[in-house]
Design a protein around this ligand. Structure first.
Ligand code: MV4
Length: 662
């Protein structure tokens, strides 16, 4: 076994690899960029080396620099994690040449699976089922059209070099084919430098079920069962689970065997995933499944496989890379219970899932145990920057069956709190609580189909939330002074009918407060509530509202309150009229950049009149494009930005002077 390894990655996966290495007495070498000098993976590793600028291409993608650090530090192997250099054939090759073990497959294996047409060809030859279609080299539009006509519509055109949903076009009928082909080829050429495409029959109700495989350097391969990753949003996985609900033992074996055949067909070594697309139009039992692609790395969602098999997949990777045989034979790989993983992201579901950046001022979740695991690259006080994927953590649960695991996840989400930046915690809770999810009615269209339930509009804080905010605001004053001391200014104030005003999205919510003998009378929008505090320790606040106990987490940061209650997250701002720093912003038509980024397009001119909802500019941040729209109808004023300009956090992008009401 190795004595020292370098981890060519950051965030939670670097921390995950470090954990197993340390358990095995292997020394760990971290690398870090300018943005990560005090990141958690740097804190955990035995040594850490700076490798460059914050942008990935100036640091985590610098193969030469990383190899040099490995050689200098005496690391015998490099773990690439996922993303970055993990599926870079040249890097795998360069490691081998330098005499350093690449903890992953050979360059040849990576290359075989790098292009979709080649991968399909290899799998088809090995008798692994592939989606019916055309993956040949004749790229003449007439030929491709003829092939599409033969397959029958709808078809999908996929760029052979595509990924992450990019370079795909759905064609409903023959007449649309040529123009969609052209636009697909154009996007593919621009994005991947390769305009080759393949044509596939389009499956209208697919499930994404992937099989975890491992190969060793002696020609052996096994599968560690499947994961269902059907819950995705714009090709980003949101929830993963293992095993796939409804999967029969016979189908599991058929897919597992096909996955092992696929791995053996390319002499695969290490951890890999065979992605299958399953046509569940007529249910899952005996549903046709097709090879879609192979991921030649450890995946984000590997923990659910670990929890149902009881295996440490990073440990398997290390052993195989060190030349050991597979730790277990196929028949000895357990499948026990059920596991879920959700990805907790710094993003705002109410604002098109815009990535959020900033300091995590509060982060709490349950203690880890056999039912709950947290994989994270950050701790309270750490920053989420614009430079990398804004995932905060993965919450992973295990239960004896799917329902038990679901209960554990709901409990874990209910006991998790993140403040300082917005996150998708409530969205995750809504998925977990959804009847269709509980019934395992899954397919890749789930989130889109139920978006009204999962991302409700007009999401106002209910009165209980306002009671929590009021109590959190008043409680320090209660404990600081003696409420019975008439000389105390607080008592004087509170004996009056004080009004607290909270800003709840665009609304102003007033709470009339009257102090009574042992409780408060709160009047909110005409409703009278009798409220008292039971306990308040740290962020945990227990109150009683009209006799009913309410437990919540309330994080107070100046005048900003983040309230976690019953799987909802509310952001309230305590408005102090005339207080310093209180300005009229937002609704008046001043648009402030929600995050640092680059202006990629400006669609309006100074002085132009725009209707509410008109797209004004496109902001490029976190590798995504965000359309900034007019919040009010009016005239553009003070437009000083143009395409290519960088903007920093909080900068004014544009002003719309609202039309006078008639
Ligand atoms: C498909 C498909 C339906 N039919 N292929 C999306 C990303 C890329 N890896 C392949 N994808 C799909 N390929 C055929 N022939 C539907 C999808 C698809 C999808 C697949 C897995 C998970 C989520 C998805 C969301 C939309 C479309």
């Amino acid at each position: 076994m190795f004595h020292k390894i370098l981890i060519a990655n950051r965030g939670e996966i670097a921390c995950r690899v470090i954990k197993t290495a340390q358990e095995n007495g292997i020394r760990t070498v971290a690398v870090y960029s300018d943005a990560d000098s005090n990141a958690r993976h740097v804190r955990l590793a035995d040594e850490a080396h700076h490798i460059g600028g914050a942008e990935a291409r100036e640091s985590y993608l610098l193969a030469d620099v990383i190899l040099e650090v490995a050689l200098k530090s005496g690391a015998e192997a490099i773990h690439p994690g996922y993303g970055f250099l993990s599926e870079n054939a040249e890097f795998s090759e360069a490691c081998e040449k330098a005499g350093i073990a690449f903890i992953g497959p050979s360059a040849d294996s990576i290359r075989s699976m790098g292009l979709k047409d080649k991968a399909k060809e290899i799998m088809s030859k090995a008798n692994v089922p592939v989606v019916p279609g055309y993956q040949g080299q004749d790229q003449a539009p007439d030929n491709l059209q003829a092939e599409a006509d033969k397959i029958g519509y709808p078809v999908l055109i996929k760029a052979v070099a595509g990924g992450g949903g990019k370079g795909m076009r759905l064609v409903e009928n023959s007449a649309d084919f040529k123009s969609l082909l052209e636009s697909c080829q154009r996007e593919a050429a621009a994005s991947f430098g390769n305009d080759h495409v393949l044509i596939e029959k389009y499956l209208t109700k697919p499930r994404h079920i992937e099989v975890q495989v491992f190969g060793d350097n002696f020609g052996n391969a096994v599968y560690l069962h499947e994961r269902d990753c059907s819950l995705q949003r714009r090709h980003q996985k949101v929830v993963e689970e293992a095993p796939a609900p409804g999967m029969s033992d016979a189908m599991r074996k058929a897919m597992g065997d096909a996955a092992v055949t696929a791995a053996k067909a390319i002499g695969y070594s290490g951890a890999g995933t065979i992605e299958f697309i399953v046509d569940v139009q007529n249910g899952l039992e005996n549903a046709p499944f097709y090879f879609m692609e192979m991921n030649t790395r450890l995946q984000v969602e590997h923990p659910v496989t670990e929890l149902i098999t009881g295996q440490d997949l990073v440990d398997w990777q290390l052993r195989i890379a060190a030349g050991e045989p597979l730790p277990l034979a196929q028949e000895d790989i357990p499948l026990r219970g059920h596991a879920f993983e959700v990805r907790l992201y710094a993003e705002d579901p109410e604002n098109n899932f815009m990535p959020q950046t900033g300091k995590i001022t509060h982060f709490s979740c349950p203690e880890q145990n056999e039912n709950f695991r947290l994989d994270t690259g950050v701790e309270e006080g750490d920053e989420v920057s614009i430079y990398y994927d804004p995932m905060i953590a993965k919450l992973i649960v295990w239960g004896r069956d799917r329902d038990a695991a679901l209960r554990h996840m709901n409990k874990a989400l209910g006991e998790t709190a993140v403040a300082g930046l917005k996150c998708n915690l409530e969205f995750l809770g809504k998925i977990m609580g959804h009847a269709a999810f509980q019934a395992a009615d899954l397919d890749t269209g789930f989130i889109e189909r139920f978006k009204q339930d999962l991302m409700p509009e007009d999401n106002k804080a209910d009165h209980v939330i306002l009671c929590l905010a009021a109590m959190a605001e008043l409680e320090p004053q209660i404990t600081e002074g003696d409420p019975w001391d008439y000389s105390d200014g607080w008592r004087m104030n509170m004996s009056l009918n004080t009004v607290l005003t909270f800003i709840d999205r665009e609304d102003s919510r007033d709470i009339e407060v009257t102090y009574r003998e042992n409780s408060f009378l709160l009047t909110i929008e005409g409703e009278e509530l009798d409220v008292r505090i039971l306990s308040h320790t740290g962020s945990c606040l227990d109150i009683v509202v009209n006799g009913q106990k309410i437990s919540a987490k309330v994080v107070k940061d100046g005048q900003n309150f983040t309230i976690f209650h019953n799987s909802t997250v509310s952001y309230l701002h305590h408005y102090l009229a005339g207080a310093e720093g209180e300005e009229e912003t937002g609704g008046s038509g001043v648009i402030i950049t929600p995050m640092p980024g680059k202006v990629s397009q400006v669609m309006v001119k100074e002085g132009e009149h725009v209707e509410q909802g008109t797209p004004l500019m496109i902001l490029e941040a976190m590798k995504m494009e965000h359309t900034i729209k007019a919040q009010v109808t009016g005239r553009v004023e003070g437009l000083s930005l143009s395409a290519g300009d960088q903007v920093t956090d909080g900068e004014v992008l544009i002003r719309i002077i609202e039309d006078e009401e008639e």
